[in-house]
Design a binder for this molecule. Structure first.
Ligand SMILES: [Zn+2]
Length: 271
């Protein structure tokens, strides 16, 4: 396999890495979690789906991307009442991910992206991208793959409630690994919903409660409506947008900063 055909970051040797840097592939860091996903799916849903989506992108555009090994853990204390869930403190997560992106930037890759699969990692991957921009000469962006083409995905989905271990995630998991879904155990679940707030941050005022307070199944949505065919349709929607984003990002300008101070700024200050 040539460098042009290889999309997995750590499958390259160091001399091949020099070629990948010359090609200026976009380096992608998938972020997931090890977290309960109801009685019908394993704890690896966010990790497995984020990785699978990024690898699918890699298969379709191997000359444009390198996909790093994924971060398997995230912010999860709110799920800790369900056996098996692993929690990482937000500061640890952010610092660890920035160490990864800084290493990538050090080698000369100019464009880095975090592709997230766990909603609660959202604010943290945003900060990782911002810190990478501010602390390196490279640029870095972050998004949760579910948000790409969401309006189109809604047309594929039949249920009303979408959040966690739901019709969307279960359909994608069924598509990638049907044999690991205990579909006979898929049950509907909803959170406490008010006018402005809900216990799982689905309303305008942001609030996420301990899940042990409002659910006994760990499901938020209707996985019973999931099918592998819907998963395939969702994947194609996400891929269409990811490939378009990738082409936009690959040529995104990285211009020299212009300093507007009349007198020299005191640039020796270290942040
Ligand atoms: Zn999930």
């Amino acid at each position: 396999m040539s460098v042009r055909e290889t999309y997995e970051y750590n499958r390259l040797t160091w001399p091949e890495m020099n070629d990948a840097i010359e090609m200026q592939k976009v380096v992608i860091l998938p972020t997931g979690s090890t977290e309960q996903h109801g009685p019908h799916m394993p704890l690896d849903v966010d990790l497995f789906l984020a990785t699978s989506v990024c690898h699918e992108l890699g298969r379709r555009a191997p000359d444009k991307v390198l996909v790093l090994p994924a971060i398997p853990y995230g912010l999860n204390m709110h799920h800790i009442d369900f056996p098996g869930t692993i929690h990482i403190q937000p500061d640890h997560f952010i610092d660890f991910c920035v160490d990864v992106t800084k290493s990538v930037a050090y080698h000369g890759f100019k464009r880095i992206a975090l592709v997230n699969g766990h909603g609660s990692n959202g604010p943290m991957v945003d900060l990782v991208a911002r810190r990478t921009v501010l602390e390196t000469p490279s640029i870095c962006c972050a998004f949760t793959y579910i948000s790409l083409g969401w309006a189109e995905a809604l047309k594929v989905l039949e249920s009303e409630v979408h959040a966690h271990a739901d019709e969307y995630e279960t359909s994608l998991y069924l598509y990638f690994a049907k044999e690991r879904v205990r579909f006979d155990k898929a049950v509907f679940g909803n959170d406490h919903v008010g006018q402005y707030m809900s216990s799982d941050s689905t309303k305008t005022v942001r609030f996420n409660d301990f899940w042990g307070r409002w659910t006994k199944t760990g499901v938020h949505g209707d996985p019973a409506k999931a099918t592998p065919e819907k998963g395939k349709q969702i994947l194609e929607i996400v891929m269409k947008h990811m490939l378009a984003w990738l082409d936009e990002y690959r040529v995104w300008p990285i211009e020299a900063r212009s300093d507007q101070h009349r007198l020299p700024a005191q640039k020796e200050i270290r942040w």
